[in-house]
Ligand binder design. Structure first.
Ligand code: HPA
Length: 271
């Protein structure tokens, strides 16, 4: 509790204004942060109680800046369960964003494509998720000031934001698919048998992040949009082995499209 108070007070003392929109950038997807103007950048290492991101491809800083007049907070890099953090630690930054007055959060991530329609380099709006991480950030005593003990998750990804994302993508001529994201613990990639299982249970995408953060965001009543970048075909669908470098390289190639989509979309996300 006091942790939150300290983190929020620290950030309020450093940030020029409040922002209502936040973006969380996944592996190799940091470029959007540098497209903002009038930036204030705060390395995670300086923020009290903030989980540090140790994953390669993650910058590890909070960036406040503006996008044609709209103030935005960007988390460039995130903590993952596979780094050894608890789900509550992974979700901590999102809870801080909520306490700072953010109403809408766009989560981006790199994901493996399970749906046979998907190709590396595609963007996919997440319609729902399957939590296979074996963890939930809400485990433990419930903080009623954040949200209810048993939050509804039937529209974890706000459908209105997805509609807007689809409309903006069409205007920008950016192909945007829609699909279900399965969140796994990692850090090993999946086996082909696991991918067949995930396909059977209705997953289109697989990754190692996002789920805990989205649960915490829903708990607080924040509106969520999730965008996955398909960086590779999932194990067994791809004919070759999966390498993290490949994931980062494809992330880098998709970034330009993702930045364009976010730039056009964020000003249209009504709170
Ligand atoms: N599996 C899990 N996480 C991922 C993948 C994958 O294939 N690609 C990018 N993140």
């Amino acid at each position: 509790m006091t942790d939150f108070v300290q983190t929020v007070a620290f950030l309020e003392s450093k940030l020029p204004r409040r922002a209502s929109v936040a973006v969380v950038l996944g592996s190799g997807l940091g470029a959007f942060a540098s497209s903002l103007s009038g930036r204030t950048e705060i390395p995670y290492a300086e923020i009290p109680h903030w989980p540090q991101s140790t994953a390669v491809g993650h910058a590890g800083k909070l960036v406040f800046g503006s996008l044609s007049g709209l103030d935005v907070v960007v988390l460039s890099g995130r903590a993952h369960l596979y780094e050894g953090y608890t789900a509550a630690q992974v979700a901590y930054p999102v809870r801080v964003l909520g306490r700072l007055g953010v109403c809408s959060v766009v989560f981006t991530n790199a994901a493996g494509g399970i749906n046979p329609k998907y190709r590396p380099g595609m963007l996919v709006a997440i319609s729902d998720h399957i939590n296979l991480q074996g963890a939930n950030p809400l485990v433990g005593p419930n903080d009623e000031s954040l949200g209810p003990r048993f939050p509804d998750m039937s529209e974890a990804y706000y459908s209105r934001y997805r509609e807007l994302a689809r409309a903006v993508a069409a205007e920008q001529q950016i192909p945007l698919e829609e699909g279900v994201y399965a969140g796994l613990l990692g850090p090993s990639y999946e086996t082909p048998a696991e991918i067949r299982f995930l396909r059977t249970i209705g997953a289109d995408l697989v990754g190692m992040s996002t789920v805990a953060e989205v649960i915490a965001a829903n708990h607080m009543g924040l509106k969520v949009l999730g965008i996955s970048c398909v960086t590779n075909l999932a194990a067994g669908i791809s004919l070759h082995k999966i390498h993290h470098e490949e994931v980062l390289q494809m992330g880098a190639r998709v970034q330009e499209m993702l930045v364009r989509l976010l730039q056009a979309l964020l000003p249209r996300l009504e709170p």
